[in-house]
Design a protein around this ligand. Structure first.
Ligand code: ADP
Ligand code: MG
Length: 319
């Protein structure tokens, strides 16, 4: 299922203003592609911008090859088909797996990479299948991140018998961090946009912040404009990948407790921070938690977030 629309969109005026304020003399480059089931849009400013965009594309392809659950031979696919045996992981998969387990622990299982079994029961939220209570009960023992074991020394991991994992709620965040590192290496500024995961690298000409719009989850416009410098903003919402049946919206964020799309009263959560991988994991987890618990979580862990509830109410935490 393809992402219906990009969660954030850059205000056109950000770019127009950037051009007008002297960017014209600087090298600039952009690129669009499709990776990790998402439209990717990159803009870079500074010497070497063209080469940077090419390097980013190469890195994205590399990341997808190890983190995708649908590419045969990826680290994730090898883990999923290992029948509980130990598997050696590359650096990227190991890093994302370790962070996923830590995020799962910290969010008390609201983020759980083993929901892959439930996603399968829902046929990837294609709208083809509504699993029965019985089917969900059958897979319940498979959804438990505590069954996943990590051997830090040997960079190996193993899943519980029958389990499978999916980095869908964290991989784009990791990819945005990796591309941000490349931008910094090249000394370029710009915007990395991986669907719901945005990284604003550096500042615009004249140290002006980048302006990023947060989409209205229940309309066509936007709810807020974020001003970001060297910072990520990641949104999880129920309005991008979903289907409706008998007036009920079935979306792609699963509550690991019910194994069904989370019904928490939240329409979207945007997490803002330097670490886009964690922002991605926390945005998904906070969506599952519901507003009250999400606010508590964000306050306790110094997470900056904008929660938009079903009725449009906006809640800022540490904003
Ligand atoms: P998006 O994919 O739109 O960026 P998320 O970051 O919230 O949105 O990730 C949702 C994806 O992550 C789903 O498609 C599914 O593969 C997986 N997923 C769904 N629910 C959870 C959950 N509670 N914990 C971890 N991963 C999840
Ligand atoms: Mg996420």
């Amino acid at each position: 299922m393809m992402k219906r629309q990009i969660a954030f969109f850059l205000l056109a005026c950000s770019f127009a203003a950037a051009f007008l304020t002297g960017c014209a003399e600087k090298e600039q480059a952009s690129g669009t592609s499709f990776h990790m089931d998402t439209f990717v849009s990159l803009r870079a400013y500074g010497d070497g911008a063209r080469a940077l965009i090419d390097a980013c594309e190469k890195r994205l392809t590399e990341l997808e090859k190890c983190l995708s659950a649908t590419i045969e031979g990826s680290d994730v696919s090898r883990l999923n088909s290992a029948n509980g045996e130990w598997i050696s992981l590359g650096d990227d998969a190991f890093c994302v797996l370790k962070a996923s387990l830590e995020a799962a622990e910290l969010t008390d299982g609201a983020f759980d990479l083993t929901v892959a079994a439930a996603m399968k029961a829902w046929d990837g939220m294609s709208g083809e299948t509504l699993p029965s209570e019985y089917e969900l009960e059958k897979i319940r023992p498979l959804v438990d991140f505590r069954e996943v074991e990590l051997d830090e020394e040997r960079k190996m991991a193993r899943l519980g018998a029958g389990q499978s994992i999916d980095f869908g709620a964290i991989a784009k965040g990791y990819a945005a961090d990796e591309l941000n590192a490349l931008y910094n290496e090249y000394g370029c500024t710009g915007i990395i946009d991986l669907g719901g995961s945005i990284y604003a690298v550096g500042a615009r000409e004249g140290s002006e912040p980048w302006r990023i719009a947060v989409q209205d989850p229940r309309g066509d416009g936007y709810k807020e404009t974020l001003e970001l410098v060297s910072c990520a903003a990641v949104t999880s919402g129920d309005y991008q990948r979903f289907f409706e049946r008998d007036g009920v919206r079935y979306h792609h964020i699963i509550d690991p407790k019910t194994l069904c799309p989370a019904r928490s009263g939240i329409a979207s959560v945007t997490v803002i921070g330097k670490n886009s991988m964690l922002a991605d994991a926390y945005a998904t987890a906070m969506f599952v938690m519901g507003a009250e618990k999400a606010v508590e979580f964000a306050e306790k862990n110094a997470v900056c977030a904008l929660i938009i509830e079903d009725d449009g109410t906006e809640i800022w935490v540490n904003g």
